[in-house]
Design a protein around this ligand. Structure first.
Ligand SMILES: [Fe+2]
Ligand SMILES: [Fe+2]
Length: 249
Protein backbone atom coordinates (compact mmCIF):
# COMPACT_ATOMS: atom_id res chain seq x y z
CA UNK A 1 0.00 0.00 0.00
CA UNK A 2 1.39 3.39 -0.93
CA UNK A 3 2.25 5.43 2.14
CA UNK A 4 0.66 8.80 1.60
CA UNK A 5 1.36 10.08 5.09
CA UNK A 6 4.32 12.17 4.05
CA UNK A 7 2.82 13.29 0.77
CA UNK A 8 1.55 16.80 1.41
CA UNK A 9 -1.50 18.37 -0.12
CA UNK A 10 0.70 20.48 -2.37
CA UNK A 11 2.01 17.33 -4.06
CA UNK A 12 -1.50 16.11 -4.92
CA UNK A 13 -2.74 19.63 -5.69
CA UNK A 14 0.02 20.06 -8.25
CA UNK A 15 -1.16 17.00 -10.15
CA UNK A 16 -4.82 17.82 -9.76
CA UNK A 17 -4.09 21.26 -11.27
CA UNK A 18 -2.18 19.61 -14.09
CA UNK A 19 -5.11 17.37 -15.05
CA UNK A 20 -7.77 20.03 -14.50
CA UNK A 21 -5.92 22.46 -16.77
CA UNK A 22 -5.94 19.89 -19.55
CA UNK A 23 -9.50 18.65 -19.09
CA UNK A 24 -11.69 18.80 -22.19
CA UNK A 25 -8.91 19.72 -24.61
CA UNK A 26 -9.90 18.11 -27.86
CA UNK A 27 -7.68 16.46 -30.40
CA UNK A 28 -6.62 18.93 -33.08
CA UNK A 29 -6.36 16.63 -36.08
CA UNK A 30 -7.31 17.08 -39.77
CA UNK A 31 -10.11 14.50 -39.84
CA UNK A 32 -11.37 15.98 -43.13
CA UNK A 33 -8.12 15.10 -44.87
CA UNK A 34 -8.67 12.36 -47.47
CA UNK A 35 -7.44 8.92 -46.54
CA UNK A 36 -5.19 7.34 -49.12
CA UNK A 37 -5.34 3.55 -49.34
CA UNK A 38 -2.04 2.22 -48.07
CA UNK A 39 -0.38 -1.11 -47.57
CA UNK A 40 -0.68 -2.29 -44.02
CA UNK A 41 -3.95 -0.48 -43.41
CA UNK A 42 -5.60 -3.55 -41.84
CA UNK A 43 -2.59 -4.26 -39.63
CA UNK A 44 -2.58 -0.69 -38.32
CA UNK A 45 -6.32 -0.81 -37.66
CA UNK A 46 -5.99 -4.09 -35.78
CA UNK A 47 -3.10 -2.76 -33.69
CA UNK A 48 -4.98 0.45 -32.85
CA UNK A 49 -8.02 -1.60 -31.79
CA UNK A 50 -5.93 -3.42 -29.16
CA UNK A 51 -4.61 -0.18 -27.67
CA UNK A 52 -8.12 1.32 -27.86
CA UNK A 53 -9.33 -1.54 -25.68
CA UNK A 54 -6.48 -1.00 -23.20
CA UNK A 55 -7.24 2.72 -22.93
CA UNK A 56 -10.96 2.19 -22.42
CA UNK A 57 -11.00 0.66 -18.92
CA UNK A 58 -13.25 2.27 -16.33
CA UNK A 59 -10.43 2.35 -13.76
CA UNK A 60 -12.83 1.11 -11.07
CA UNK A 61 -10.14 -0.74 -9.10
CA UNK A 62 -7.68 2.16 -9.30
CA UNK A 63 -10.36 4.63 -8.24
CA UNK A 64 -11.31 2.43 -5.28
CA UNK A 65 -7.67 2.07 -4.18
CA UNK A 66 -7.00 5.80 -4.53
CA UNK A 67 -10.14 6.59 -2.51
CA UNK A 68 -8.90 4.22 0.21
CA UNK A 69 -5.80 6.40 0.71
CA UNK A 70 -8.09 9.00 2.27
CA UNK A 71 -6.45 11.65 0.09
CA UNK A 72 -9.33 13.26 -1.73
CA UNK A 73 -7.06 15.40 -3.90
CA UNK A 74 -5.18 12.32 -5.10
CA UNK A 75 -8.43 10.45 -5.77
CA UNK A 76 -9.70 13.38 -7.86
CA UNK A 77 -6.45 13.48 -9.82
CA UNK A 78 -6.86 9.75 -10.50
CA UNK A 79 -10.43 10.35 -11.74
CA UNK A 80 -9.11 12.90 -14.24
CA UNK A 81 -6.25 10.62 -15.24
CA UNK A 82 -8.73 7.81 -16.04
CA UNK A 83 -10.88 10.29 -17.99
CA UNK A 84 -7.84 11.27 -20.06
CA UNK A 85 -7.13 7.62 -20.89
CA UNK A 86 -10.77 7.15 -21.90
CA UNK A 87 -10.43 10.17 -24.17
CA UNK A 88 -7.49 8.40 -25.81
CA UNK A 89 -9.74 5.39 -26.37
CA UNK A 90 -12.28 7.63 -28.08
CA UNK A 91 -9.64 9.17 -30.37
CA UNK A 92 -8.24 5.72 -31.14
CA UNK A 93 -11.76 4.59 -32.02
CA UNK A 94 -11.99 7.40 -34.59
CA UNK A 95 -8.58 6.42 -35.95
CA UNK A 96 -9.55 2.75 -36.11
CA UNK A 97 -12.66 3.66 -38.11
CA UNK A 98 -10.55 5.82 -40.43
CA UNK A 99 -8.34 2.80 -41.06
CA UNK A 100 -11.39 0.57 -41.56
CA UNK A 101 -10.98 -1.62 -38.46
CA UNK A 102 -13.57 -3.21 -36.21
CA UNK A 103 -13.85 -2.56 -32.50
CA UNK A 104 -12.49 -5.28 -30.21
CA UNK A 105 -14.58 -6.44 -27.26
CA UNK A 106 -11.72 -8.37 -25.65
CA UNK A 107 -8.10 -9.35 -26.20
CA UNK A 108 -5.80 -11.56 -24.17
CA UNK A 109 -3.25 -8.75 -23.64
CA UNK A 110 -5.84 -6.48 -22.04
CA UNK A 111 -7.06 -9.35 -19.85
CA UNK A 112 -3.51 -10.02 -18.59
CA UNK A 113 -2.93 -6.36 -17.70
CA UNK A 114 -6.25 -6.11 -15.87
CA UNK A 115 -5.50 -9.32 -13.94
CA UNK A 116 -2.01 -8.15 -12.92
CA UNK A 117 -3.28 -4.78 -11.79
CA UNK A 118 -5.98 -6.38 -9.64
CA UNK A 119 -3.84 -8.84 -7.70
CA UNK A 120 -2.08 -6.26 -5.55
CA UNK A 121 -2.68 -2.98 -3.78
CA UNK A 122 -2.25 0.52 -5.10
CA UNK A 123 1.54 0.20 -5.40
CA UNK A 124 1.22 -2.87 -7.64
CA UNK A 125 -1.51 -1.21 -9.68
CA UNK A 126 0.67 1.85 -10.31
CA UNK A 127 3.71 -0.28 -11.20
CA UNK A 128 1.68 -2.16 -13.83
CA UNK A 129 0.14 1.08 -15.08
CA UNK A 130 3.57 2.67 -15.36
CA UNK A 131 4.71 -0.35 -17.39
CA UNK A 132 1.88 0.23 -19.87
CA UNK A 133 2.66 3.96 -20.01
CA UNK A 134 6.37 3.42 -20.69
CA UNK A 135 5.58 0.98 -23.50
CA UNK A 136 2.95 3.38 -24.86
CA UNK A 137 5.62 6.08 -25.28
CA UNK A 138 7.48 3.88 -27.74
CA UNK A 139 4.35 2.34 -29.30
CA UNK A 140 2.73 5.65 -30.29
CA UNK A 141 6.03 6.96 -31.66
CA UNK A 142 6.36 3.83 -33.83
CA UNK A 143 2.65 3.83 -34.79
CA UNK A 144 2.96 7.38 -36.17
CA UNK A 145 5.62 6.08 -38.58
CA UNK A 146 3.62 3.06 -39.77
CA UNK A 147 1.48 4.95 -42.30
CA UNK A 148 1.66 8.39 -43.86
CA UNK A 149 -1.56 9.88 -42.56
CA UNK A 150 -1.99 13.36 -41.04
CA UNK A 151 -4.66 12.23 -38.58
CA UNK A 152 -2.57 9.31 -37.37
CA UNK A 153 0.40 11.63 -36.91
CA UNK A 154 -1.59 14.30 -35.03
CA UNK A 155 -3.30 11.75 -32.78
CA UNK A 156 -0.05 10.00 -31.90
CA UNK A 157 1.70 13.29 -31.10
CA UNK A 158 -1.15 14.41 -28.85
CA UNK A 159 -1.47 11.07 -27.05
CA UNK A 160 2.30 10.96 -26.58
CA UNK A 161 2.21 14.32 -24.85
CA UNK A 162 -0.52 13.10 -22.49
CA UNK A 163 1.31 9.83 -21.83
CA UNK A 164 4.45 11.72 -20.84
CA UNK A 165 2.33 13.46 -18.20
CA UNK A 166 0.97 10.11 -17.01
CA UNK A 167 4.46 8.70 -16.67
CA UNK A 168 5.55 11.72 -14.64
CA UNK A 169 2.43 11.45 -12.45
CA UNK A 170 2.84 7.77 -11.58
CA UNK A 171 6.59 8.10 -11.27
CA UNK A 172 6.22 10.94 -8.79
CA UNK A 173 3.81 8.87 -6.70
CA UNK A 174 6.16 5.89 -6.64
CA UNK A 175 9.15 8.15 -5.95
CA UNK A 176 7.47 9.43 -2.82
CA UNK A 177 6.63 5.90 -1.78
CA UNK A 178 10.16 4.62 -2.26
CA UNK A 179 11.67 7.54 -0.36
CA UNK A 180 11.04 5.68 2.93
CA UNK A 181 12.00 2.20 1.71
CA UNK A 182 15.51 0.98 2.70
CA UNK A 183 18.01 1.31 -0.17
CA UNK A 184 18.56 -2.47 -0.76
CA UNK A 185 14.82 -3.16 -0.93
CA UNK A 186 14.41 -0.16 -3.23
CA UNK A 187 17.11 -1.54 -5.54
CA UNK A 188 15.44 -4.97 -5.68
CA UNK A 189 12.01 -3.47 -6.35
CA UNK A 190 13.14 -1.31 -9.27
CA UNK A 191 15.15 -4.21 -10.75
CA UNK A 192 12.05 -6.43 -10.59
CA UNK A 193 10.02 -3.70 -12.25
CA UNK A 194 12.59 -3.23 -15.03
CA UNK A 195 12.57 -6.98 -15.70
CA UNK A 196 8.78 -6.95 -15.91
CA UNK A 197 8.85 -3.97 -18.30
CA UNK A 198 11.44 -5.63 -20.57
CA UNK A 199 9.45 -8.90 -20.72
CA UNK A 200 6.18 -7.09 -21.40
CA UNK A 201 7.78 -4.90 -24.08
CA UNK A 202 9.06 -8.00 -25.89
CA UNK A 203 5.54 -9.49 -25.87
CA UNK A 204 4.00 -6.24 -27.13
CA UNK A 205 6.67 -5.95 -29.86
CA UNK A 206 5.80 -9.46 -31.07
CA UNK A 207 2.04 -8.85 -30.88
CA UNK A 208 2.35 -5.63 -32.92
CA UNK A 209 5.17 -6.84 -35.20
CA UNK A 210 3.31 -5.92 -38.39
CA UNK A 211 3.10 -2.26 -37.33
CA UNK A 212 6.75 -2.31 -36.30
CA UNK A 213 7.61 -3.72 -39.74
CA UNK A 214 5.64 -0.97 -41.50
CA UNK A 215 7.48 1.63 -39.40
CA UNK A 216 10.87 0.05 -40.12
CA UNK A 217 11.50 -0.64 -36.45
CA UNK A 218 12.74 -4.06 -35.40
CA UNK A 219 11.39 -5.85 -32.32
CA UNK A 220 14.85 -5.58 -30.74
CA UNK A 221 14.90 -1.82 -31.34
CA UNK A 222 11.41 -1.44 -29.89
CA UNK A 223 12.30 -3.39 -26.77
CA UNK A 224 15.64 -1.61 -26.37
CA UNK A 225 13.99 1.82 -26.47
CA UNK A 226 11.47 0.78 -23.80
CA UNK A 227 14.24 -0.71 -21.65
CA UNK A 228 16.33 2.45 -21.86
CA UNK A 229 13.40 4.61 -20.78
CA UNK A 230 12.51 2.18 -17.98
CA UNK A 231 16.11 2.24 -16.73
CA UNK A 232 16.01 6.05 -16.51
CA UNK A 233 12.67 5.96 -14.74
CA UNK A 234 13.86 3.31 -12.31
CA UNK A 235 16.80 5.51 -11.38
CA UNK A 236 14.47 8.46 -10.85
CA UNK A 237 12.10 6.40 -8.69
CA UNK A 238 14.99 4.98 -6.72
CA UNK A 239 16.37 8.41 -5.94
CA UNK A 240 13.04 10.31 -6.15
CA UNK A 241 14.27 12.92 -8.60
CA UNK A 242 11.79 15.62 -9.66
CA UNK A 243 10.72 15.85 -13.30
CA UNK A 244 9.26 18.88 -15.10
CA UNK A 245 5.68 18.55 -16.32
CA UNK A 246 5.03 18.30 -20.07
CA UNK A 247 3.83 21.61 -21.49
CA UNK A 248 0.71 22.43 -23.54
CA UNK A 249 -1.51 21.47 -25.23
FE1 LIG B 1 -3.42 6.64 -22.93
FE1 LIG C 1 -1.49 6.87 -20.07
Amino acid sequence: MVDFQHMGDSFHARWLDYFENRRGRELDAPFDAPFAAQAGRAAVASSIARFELGESGDGANLKRLSAETGQETYARAIDLFVAEENQHARWLGLLRERFGGRKLESHWSDGVFVLLRHIGGLRREICVLLTAEVIALTYYRVLSLACKDPVLKAACERILLDERGHVAFHRATLGHEFADVPAPARAVAVLAWRTFVATTAAVVAYDHREVLGLAGVSRAEFTAEVRTRAARLAQAIRYAQPEPLPSAP
